[in-house]
Design a protein around this ligand. Structure first.
Ligand code: FPP
Length: 247
């Protein structure tokens, strides 16, 4: 699908059907750079600008939760210079946006194996998370060193530990209990999952949480993704009938 060229305005949206939680697989930074004979890192830099646009639009239309796949567990296997560049870009982004998050009343959260992040990145991240934790507006979840299967493994370990110690009975394990032991504990499941750059796959993102999410894949590369297309996708989502397996 390609939603570029649409000119949907925020006022064209059905305010009673605004998705509560949007999750995004931000893909295509490398291809964007390659097309322009630029270093891949330039693509990530431009991608960080798209993040700002998407956050602004989410806030304008009243999205409560935005989850961004910023760095996967598999991304650690990229060339060292690219991993380092992504980490320093992330740090710069958090430092530069910290005040804006406060001004916009946005709460920052992170999901993933955060202990694997370089110490300096982890420090600014935790500092910002702590600083914004009482904000009442939108919540941004940055998925960092995140893998859906890893998340499930750590959930199973936690629950198994509780069963082993006698704190939990096997028969009391329910879907709610599982959800409560994931990184996304307390966050509603995504209503809409967007992936840019045309690949039709999930890539180990939010495996449990997207069971009933509406999925939208656009051909647009993440650095080229913008407000008009984002609003067109939300308009498309609003036209879908969500049945959750019922008739
Ligand atoms: C995928 O593009 C994107 C990433 C691995 C990283 C996403 C990071 C950003 C958008 C910028 C920084 C993020 C924040 C939150 C400031 P790719 O490199 O896999 O692209 P390709 O598939 O075309 O090679």
């Amino acid at each position: 699908m390609n939603f570029r060229g649409s000119s949907i305005k925020p006022v064209d949206l059905d305010l009673s059907k605004i998705p509560k939680h949007i999750a995004i697989i931000m893909d295509g930074n490398g291809r964007w750079a390659k097309k322009r004979l630029l270093n891949r890192i330039k693509g990530h830099e431009k991608g960080a600008e798209t993040v700002k646009t998407v956050v602004r639009v989410c806030q304008e239309i009243g999205i409560a939760y935005l989850t961004l796949f910023a760095f996967s567990t598999e991304n650690w296997q990229r060339p060292k210079n690219e991993v380092m560049a992504l980490m320093s870009l992330l740090k710069k982004f958090i430092v530069e946006e910290q005040q804006s998050l406060m001004d916009k009343d946005i709460l920052l959260n992170a999901i993933g194996e955060l202990e694997k992040l370089p110490q300096d990145v982890l420090e600014v991240l935790m500092k910002t998370i702590n600083r914004t934790q009482n904000n009442q507006g939108m919540q941004i979840n940055l998925a960092l060193s995140y893998g859906g299967r890893d998340e499930i493994v750590q959930m199973v370990r936690q629950i198994a530990g509780k069963v082993h110690s006698g704190a939990m009975k096997p028969e009391s394990i329910s879907m709610e209990v599982v959800s409560d032991h994931l990184y996304t504990q307390g966050i509603p499941d995504p209503d809409l999952l967007i992936r840019t750059s045309g690949e039709i796959r999930i890539s180990n993102f939010l495996l449990w949480q997207i069971a009933y999410s509406e999925i939208c894949v656009t051909e647009t590369l993440w650095p080229d993704f913008g407000e008009d297309e984002f609003l067109a996708i939300i308009k498309n989502y609003q036209a879908r009938e969500r049945r959750f397996g019922k008739v």
